[in-house]
Design a protein around this ligand. Structure first.
Ligand SMILES: [Zn+2]
Length: 350
């Protein structure tokens, strides 16, 4: 099937009460790992590319790999999403290339580092929504600032300095009409999220519940939601790596988030750890090998394993055949008619 709309995947997830993992990719093996995991678990899935990934792959390579994925796995609904678009132009170029969803991260200026003010964020996100919805494409916005660094994005720190204010979230959703909203509730990007074992209250669940209650049609997104499992860290360190002790977001907390309106969960670090550990193991155990397939195949398998686990834990497993994907043209009509309206003041009209 063709690439599908992320909005439809999230609407279906809301109906079914589950979350959908959004896994980052840079190359063919990562796409294959995710698609194999999706097939094995019968999961709809979001595959996302950061600006860094698009630059690394000359984005057209990545896009055509995604078309191959859609072609080879016709039973799997798969959306292609731009992660952390930093400007209107970045989002526009992704849409023109064929992405079915974009994130406009207007919480930071185009440099991906400096926080913007609220009005700036509203204005750039509103413009992207207008452009995207006219073309049937989904938009994710962000309100509040996430900590940590991901492909140069992020303001650093613990992630708790700029948690999302619910009143601002509601005003933002009302003025922009975004389909999905990334909120800062205590997660951060990268491998080093927490320097000690989280106590089971990592997420600001009260904030999440309030925002979800006030914006029931806007899908909530958790960034920086790798769990950074110890066994994956251990493989890397066992075979010559040097990772400092670190903890990610416990899966149980993500599941609690999913119960309270989180529909998209971004995972990148866990895949990176799995790949690096598998490659290090081959290099250490078989130093005579020099065919890239000898280490890329185990790397792909290791990533597939962790992605399959997350698909099962997020609840998306088993849901690939639940619905027939709408075309992007049908989504365009849905936005034009108001049927896909998310703004609290307008959503009741349909
Ligand atoms: Zn992010």
């Amino acid at each position: 099937m063709p690439l599908v709309s992320m909005r439809q995947l999230l609407d279906e997830a809301a109906k079914g009460g589950y979350g959908v993992g959004a896994f980052n990719v840079n190359n063919m093996e990562q796409i294959q790992a995710i698609m194999e995991a999706a097939r094995a678990t019968k999961s709809p899935v979001i595959i996302q590319a950061s600006r860094g990934a698009r630059a690394y792959s000359q984005d057209k390579f990545l896009y055509h790999l995604m078309l191959a994925a859609a072609d080879l796995y016709p039973e799997i609904p798969v959306a292609m999403h731009q992660d952390h678009g930093n400007s209107f132009e970045t989002c526009k170029s992704a849409i023109e290339l064929g992405f079915t969803s974009v994130m406009m991260d207007g919480s930071l200026k185009a440099d991906g580092k400096t926080p913007t003010d609220f009005e700036e964020n509203v204005e750039v996100t509103r413009r992207v929504v207008e452009f995207a919805h006219e073309r049937g494409v989904t938009v994710e916005g962000e309100i509040g600032v996430l900590g940590g660094i991901e492909d140069g994005h992020g303001a650093g720190g613990t992630g708790l300095e700029h948690v999302t204010d619910p009143d601002q979230a509601v005003e933002f959703a009302e003025r922009t009409g975004v389909d999905a909203l990334a909120i800062a509730i205590g997660t951060s990007h990268g491998a080093y999220k927490f320097s000690k074992k989280p106590d089971g209250k990592v997420l600001k669940m009260d904030l999440l519940i309030e925002i979800h209650n006030r914006l029931p049609r806007t899908h909530l997104v958790m960034h920086g939601s790798s769990s950074v499992p110890k066994d994956l860290q251990d493989v890397i360190n066992q075979y010559g790596g040097h990772l400092k002790p670190t903890w990610g977001v416990p899966v149980e907390e993500i599941q609690l988030g999913i119960k309270n309106g989180v529909r998209k969960i971004n995972v990148d670090t866990d895949s990176r750890l799995a790949i690096t550990g598998a490659i290090r193991k081959v290099f250490a155990e078989s130093p005579e090998k020099f065919d890239p397939r000898d280490y890329l195949k185990p790397a792909r398998e290791a990533m597939q394993k962790v992605v399959s686990e997350r698909m099962t834990e997020f609840g998306q497993a088993g849901h690939a055949g639940d619905y027939s994907p709408k075309t992007i043209e049908e989504m365009r009509e849905g936005y034009a008619s108001g049927a896909l309206e998310t703004r609290p003041s307008l959503a009741g009209a349909h």
